[in-house]
Design a binder for this molecule. Structure first.
Ligand SMILES: Nc1nc2c(c(=O)[nH]1)N[C@H]1C(S)=C(S)[C@@H](COP(=O)(O)O)O[C@H]1N2
Ligand SMILES: [Mo]
Length: 202
């Protein structure tokens, strides 16, 4: 057998430029992580609400949110526990589309995302606008499983995945930052994977 050591060595040591520092490619696996028991949420009772410092607080039913302009994210997701996945396709609605309906007051600077289970996570407003965040219900062409946050989850793929609240129920716009569940338990308030903002103080 003939091998070209130099070539193989280079391949082994080269890092995928899409991988943020300290992350590995999970390949086909999609690990499941959450703190609470997996709920089973009937789309007949499902709602998503935007409230707080907006002009017109609004709730959408399952049918109402599906009637809005659809949008898609194609790309990577990055979990703070060091796995990343590439080539994910999520379908849903952009937060921008929802904010066109509610408006946002000038004083709003932060957002608290909440779940039907009581889970919360905080974000600066900049991270949920301009095509950076979605409410999604399909992944890779199929409905999101319960274990991955179905019937719908928040998707904020440029931040660590704990910001992508599963079973999302709403966003509250706020003037001051407040910590969510994992942030109170030591995770970073922002969570940029390219800056390795994993824990408070990073
Ligand atoms: N409601 C809820 N959403 C959550 C969490 C949680 O504990 N509860 N964990 C977060 C964390 S830490 C991660 S890594 C991702 C995991 O999503 P997955 O199980 O679909 O991979 O969900 C995030 N969203
Ligand atoms: Mo996580």
């Amino acid at each position: 057998m003939v091998t070209t050591r130099g070539f193989i060595g280079r391949q082994r040591s080269s890092r995928d430029p899409r991988l943020p520092p300290g992350q590995y490619d999970a390949g086909k696996d999609w690990p499941v992580l959450h703190a609470e028991a997996t709920p089973s949420i009937d789309t007949a009772n499902w709602t998503f609400t935007i409230d707080g410092l907006v002009d017109t607080p609004t709730s959408w039913t399952w049918d109402e949110i599906h009637a809005l302009e659809p949008d898609r994210y194609e790309g990577a997701i990055h979990c703070v526990t060091t796995w990343s996945k590439f080539g994910m396709t999520f379908d849903g609605v952009s937060i921008d589309t929802l904010l066109e309906i509610t408006g946002v007051r000038d004083e709003a600077a932060y957002v608290m995302a909440r779940s039907h289970t009581g889970y919360t996570t905080n974000l600066p407003i900049e991270d949920v606008v301009d095509g950076r965040a979605w409410v999604v219900w399909d992944v890779n062409g199929a409905p999101l499983d319960d274990i991955h946050g179905g019937p719908a989850r928040l998707l904020v793929p440029h931040l660590y995945f704990w910001k992508s609240a599963k079973w999302v129920s709403g966003l509250k716009f706020m003037a001051e930052d407040e910590q969510g569940f994992w942030e109170r338990n030591g995770y970073h308030d922002h969570g940029d994977p390219w800056l390795e903002q994993r824990y408070q103080g990073d």
